[in-house]
Every structure is written in C-alpha cells, then in structure tokens.
Design a protein around this ligand. Structure first.
Ligand code: GLN
Length: 518
C-alpha cells in the first residue's frame, strides 16, 4: 500500500494508523525511503544521511508487524520512522560522529534514548550528518561534506544536528534525535522551519551519546510539530541507571493531545503505554489549549538588542502579540550576564572536549595511522589525520585553558561566571515569570561557505547557549519566514518545567497557524 502524504504525517498520526491496521510498518519504511530518494538524501544532493539500510529497516518493520499481531503493546511510536544523529550510538548502523577518526565504527551497545524509541515501536531508518563531534553551527564541519537546507539548497541547515533537522524538514522522517551542547538542536530547527527541543540537563539519559562537553550535552528531539516533539521527548525522558547525571524526577505527560486538548493529532494513543522505568504523573490539563490566562512571559532585553535584524524582531513581536491575545502577560526582564555566555561557553566546552576526545587515540576505536612508528607517533598521526580543523582547534583551546598556569585565569573563572548565568535565570523564574521568549537565532540560514571566521560562526549560538549553561529546557518553534527562509522563536522555562514550555509552544503554534510558515 502506498502512504499518501507521508511527508506531512505527524508521528502520532502514523502510529495511530499503524495501530489501527490502516497501514503497515513496512509501508511506512517504504514511504520514508521513497521520499528520501525523491529529495536526494545522499552525498550528491542534500547529504542528509550518512548511513541507512533499507533492508534492515524493513526487517525491523516486520518485527513490529509481528508485535502488532500479538497481545504485546507495540507502543506509541508503532511504525514511526526516526532518524538519529550520528553521535548517538545505535546497534546495526555505524556511529561516526561525522568524523574520519570513527569511519566505519559500529557501536557494540546502544544509547538508552534509541533503545526507548525502539521499545515504543519506532523504526530507526538512518544516521544523520552532523558537524564533526557536534562542533559547529552549520553542518559544514562534517568530514563527509556539508548538508544542504531543504528550503534552499544554497544554504546550510544549521548545526550541529543539521542532518536531523533537514530530514524532518524534508519530510523524510517525522521525528529525529539530535544533540545539544550549545544550541545544536534549536538552531538547526530554526533554520529548517521545524520544532526542536532541548530538555532540562538530566531529563534524558546521555548513555550512548558520544561525549563532547559532558556538563552541557543533552539529547534533544526534532519534529514537524510541537506535538511530535512532545511525543518524542516523553518517550525518551526519565531516569536511567546507566547515566549518573540522569534525574529521577517524574516525567509528566507533555502532549496536549494526550490531555484532551486540540493538538494536531487528535485521539492520541493511550498514554499508559509510555511508562518506562518510572511512574508518569499527569499534571492538570491547561484550562484550554489556546489560552495562556495567568501565564507571565518574560521578554529579556539582552535578546532584543538594537542590532537585532528588523524582520526577525517583527516576527518575534507578532508572536508576543499572539501571547497577549491569548491572555498572557508580557513582562520586560533582564538576564544581565547573557553577554558573557559565548566567552564562557568557548572556555568550558573546549575544556571538556579536550578531555573527552583524548579517548580517540588510534588504539581503542576506528582509524589507526602509522602503528609501526611507535606509540607517540601513532597518536600524533592518527589524531592529526582523523580530526578536522574545528575539532583540532577545540582540543588545543581546551588543553590550553586547563593547563597549570591558566586553569585559574580561564577555566575556574568561566565556571564562576556560569553559576552567575544560572542565577540570572533562577531570579527571573522565582519572580513570577513562567516562561521566557526570545528569537532562537540572530539570522536566518546563511549560504554554504559564507562564514569562514570561527568566532563569527560561534556567534550563531548567542541566544541558545545560555540555556545549556544554566541547564534549563528550551524549545524552538517556527514563527514565520524572512525572504522565504524560516525563523524560530525560543521558549525557555525553569528546570524540569518542560510542561509549561510545551504548553506555551502549543499555544503559539495554534495561534500562528499557517503564518508560522509564511
Ligand atoms: N555551535 C556550538 C558549538 O560549536 C554548539 C554545538 C552543539 O550544541 N553541539 O560548540
């Protein structure tokens, strides 16, 4: 059977039709690969996929079909094709982190997030292109060539989860996993016109996510709609004994559809099926999906500088007007240490990266160059040839800021300022503000090759890194277009308050309707 409109179906709708027997999991796999061929996910076109195996995916689909026929519950993602960023370990397909140093590496274990997706019936169809080891904002730093933005192939999709965002934007998969260290899910989501969510630090297990900067890294979800992102996050969230920083806080139901609200895919499958490892406590439903009565939304002045692009400001103001008309109060606020976030991030993230990436030495994984010339020579040759220029820059920078003479001046100082950035958020959220609204990025997608200065590239994350440094959850939702290119609006809430974040995001998506993509 052919699946009509596959590229427009949401994850919940796919799972519902599979569970109802209207289409089979194999139909969904065939539709996904058909779409992938149509738009060209390979290296000679959009370059979205690094690894995929249609035959293996069809076998997985058959297994789900068998589960459908038995008494076992297949799960809320039954038959839903999902793409996974290539730094998240998956059994079967390679995990190369977009790097030559891991070319051909197949992980012997799987990330908890991927295992949970599979447990809920999802079908893993591909590993997606990314900036090498998730370092970058454009997916141009991949050793396997840049990914192109489906909205305009001259442009980057953003990064580092550019392949995952492009897969969702192109309608190849309704859902994809990405990873965030400083904005790598939200920024490409904004550039590609999709929804991207970074959960609270600790909300989702990092087990099986190849470490970049462990105190900042989180797996995040990309989807075409807020409902898809909520469904994806619900599935992978929750305590995992394999990650000592994962939180045992209860995971509430995030989906408005599950709470009876008018989300895009009405009549969502039963929510009981998404219990894994811990209880789920549904919070009281919002009074109405479309109202934000009593909600206070902060507008931080540091994220709306005079220099902000006038078109992006205009779209943000339109979103703020929608919030007002749904009953929310908009309050001018300040997060005064925000200007320090980029310098702090680019001390802490490289410091942690230099330590984490020491394991790629030619002995344990992947590439090995000049093994006959002695250990030191092999390390040097393997790392020099295996790592690209941005990764090398970060390792050098990180090693420098951690070295004996500079540790106090740089690393310790940056840690202290990080605490102050967290304090900024704490004081806003304890003063009655429920959510913060900002632009996700200072610009729309730029042309491939347009930014060659690393510092200019780093500034892409100016509005996103603060949430990683503070550990708070944040989501980017489409709020309109400038010269046909998508623009994202960001909603940030307090630690573990993804519930309010989704509530505000659902409301904005509903209020903007088709305008979100115009
Ligand atoms: N662009 C940022 C960096 O290069 C963030 C990357 C990320 O979130 N993984 O480090």
């Amino acid at each position: 059977m052919s699946v009509e409109n596959f590229g427009k179906l949401g994850a919940a709708a796919i799972a519902l039709s599979v569970r109802a027997g209207d289409a089979s999991p194999s139909d969904m796999i065939r539709a996904s690969f058909e779409r992938a061929r149509e738009i060209g996910v390979g290296p000679d076109a959009l370059n979205i996929y690094l690894h995929s195996d249609e035959k293996a995916s069809l076998e997985e689909a058959e297994a789900i079909q068998k589960r459908l026929g038995s008494a076992a519950d297949v799960g809320v993602l039954a038959g839903v094709p999902v793409a996974i960023k290539d730094n998240i370990a998956s059994l079967g397909l390679p995990t190369t982190c977009g790097s030559k140093i891991l070319e051909g590496y197949v992980s012997p274990f799987e990330a908890t997030a991927v295992t949970r997706l599979r447990a809920h019936g999802a079908l893993i169809v591909a590993k997606t292109n990314m900036d090498e080891f998730a370092m970058g904002s454009s997916t141009e730093n991949s050793a396997y060539g840049p990914t192109r933005n489906p909205h305009d192939v001259r442009c980057v999709p953003g990064g580092s989860s550019g392949g995952s965002a492009a897969a969702v934007a192109a309608g190849v998969t309704p859902l994809a996993l990405g990873s965030e260290t400083g904005g790598s899910v939200r920024q490409p989501a904004a550039f590609c016109g999709v929804v991207g969510v970074k959960p609270t630090y600790g909300r989702v297990s990092r087990y099986g996510l190849v470490a970049f900067a462990s105190s900042l890294d989180q797996i995040g979800v990309l989807g075409r709609t807020v409902d898809d992102a909520a469904l994806g996050l619900e599935t992978i969230a929750g305590f995992d004994k394999m990650d000592s920083t994962s939180s045992d806080a209860d995971v509430p139901i995030y989906r408005l559809s599950a709470l009876g609200g008018p989300a895009p895919d009405k009549g969502s499958p039963d929510t009981e099926a998404i219990r894994i490892g811990q209880s789920r406590v549904p919070l009281p439903p919002p009074p109405s999906a479309k109202t934000l009565e009593g909600v206070v939304i902060g507008k931080p002045k540091e994220y709306f500088p005079d220099s902000l692009d006038a078109n992006i400001r205009h779209l943000c103001e339109r979103s703020l007007d929608r919030f007002r008309s749904m009953g929310a109060t908009i309050r001018d606020i300040s997060l005064p240490r925000s200007p320090l976030a980029i310098p702090v991030y680019y001390i802490l993230a490289p410091a942690e990266a230099s330590s984490n990436l020491a394991r790629f030495d030619g002995v344990r994984y992947g590439l090995r160059v000049d093994p006959g010339k002695g250990l030191q020579a092999m390390y040097e040759a393997t790392r020099s040839q295996g790592f690209g220029p941005e990764v090398t820059r970060r390792v050098l920078l990180g090693t420098y800021v951690l070295s004996a003479g500079y540790y106090d001046a740089y690393y310790r100082k940056a840690q202290a300022v990080r605490t102050l950035i967290g304090d900024d958020f704490r004081s806003v959220f304890t003063s009655g503000v429920n959510a913060i609204f900002t632009p996700t990025t200072p610009s729309t997608a730029f042309h491939v090759g347009a930014i060659s200065d690393p510092y200019e590239m780093y500034l892409n994350d100016i509005f996103t890194v603060t949430a990683n440094l503070a550990g708070v959850p944040a989501i980017s939702v489409p709020i309109g277009r400038v010269r046909r290119l998508p623009v994202g609006g960001q909603i940030i809430t307090a630690h573990f308050d993804e519930y309010t974040m989704f509530r505000v995001a659902y409301a904005l998506e509903a209020a903007l309707g088709a305008e979100a993509h115009q």
